[in-house]
Design a binder for this molecule. Structure first.
Ligand code: SG7
Ligand code: ZN
Length: 245
């Protein structure tokens, strides 16, 4: 299981409200993005990134997160950044996926699931702890690239940079924005979601490495990254100033 998250085993999302009342709220994520019914928001602009091109001082750690069937990723600790109020700092990333024969993205686009979904979870730098951030509707921000299998692989070695997981063409100005929640208990409705319009490509091998049952040391993607320190905070920040189409 996931060492830093109590894994909820049997009951699926529709039963989570029995465990946590917040999971029955009306701003719950994930959602279907119906592209015929989007509203353009001219107040939304480019997202400004800082530090996503640098390798963080340390190595990411991936582990099987028992309840999503995904890996959780954690970056090494670093001194807290000092930024203007509306900045969000990357805390961790993780993936959601299905099985070799079933797509597993959480958000759906026009009703369709994609193979995998990457979440880069950020905390509003105004707040010092996750607990504090969870008291505010803009406390957390999650960036979401969906993935399409293709010929290219994502390498999470020690030189790993977050930008390698963002849409390759650098067209980060097209995204969908909504106010939602964490997708797992306690389902706090404190997340500003940004779903990039452009999917990122991921190698079929990587999809298989994830969707095949994870046996930690045999999984080629995870094994080299095990046994590393558990803490994190990437020295990358992003300023959410908007969304677009
Ligand atoms: C996974 O999804 C973990 C959680 C994450 C949760 O269970 O990655 O990570 C930690 C540190 O608990 O919760 C606050 C947070 O990041 C929900 O994240 S998600 O909404 O992006 N799927
Ligand atoms: Zn997630």
């Amino acid at each position: 299981g996931c060492p830093w998250f109590p894994c909820f085993s049997s009951a699926g999302p529709s039963h989570w409200k029995e465990l946590k009342a917040t999971c029955g709220g009306d701003k719950q994520s994930p959602v279907n993005i119906d592209r015929r019914r989007l509203q353009r928001d001219s107040g939304l602009g480019d997202i400004l990134f800082e530090g996503y091109d640098q390798a963080p001082p340390g190595t990411w750690r991936l582990a099987n997160d028992g309840h999503t069937g995904g890996c959780c990723g954690r970056a090494p600790s670093s001194a807290p950044a000092h930024r203007a109020p509306s900045w969000y700092r990357a805390l961790q990333l993780h993936f959601h996926w299905g099985s070799p024969v079933r797509n597993g993205s959480e958000h759906t686009l026009d009703g369709h699931q994609l193979p995998m979904e990457l979440h880069i979870v950020h905390i509003n730098v105004k707040y010092r702890t996750l607990a504090e951030a969870k008291g505010h509707p803009n406390g957390l921000a999650v960036l979401v690239p969906m993935s399409l299998p293709a010929g290219d692989a994502v390498d999470l070695a020690s030189t790993f940079r977050l930008s390698t997981l963002l849409p390759r063409t650098g067209r980060l100005s097209g995204y969908y924005r909504y106010q939602g929640s964490l997708t797992t208990p306690d389902c706090s409705e404190v997340v500003v979601w940004t779903v990039f319009e452009e999917p990122v490509e991921i190698g079929r091998e990587q999809v298989l490495a994830c969707t095949a049952p994870l046996s930690s040391t045999q999984n080629p993607w995870v094994a080299p990254l095990l046994d590393l320190p558990d803490l994190f905070c990437i020295p990358g920040s992003l300023q959410v100033v908007g969304a677009t189409r």
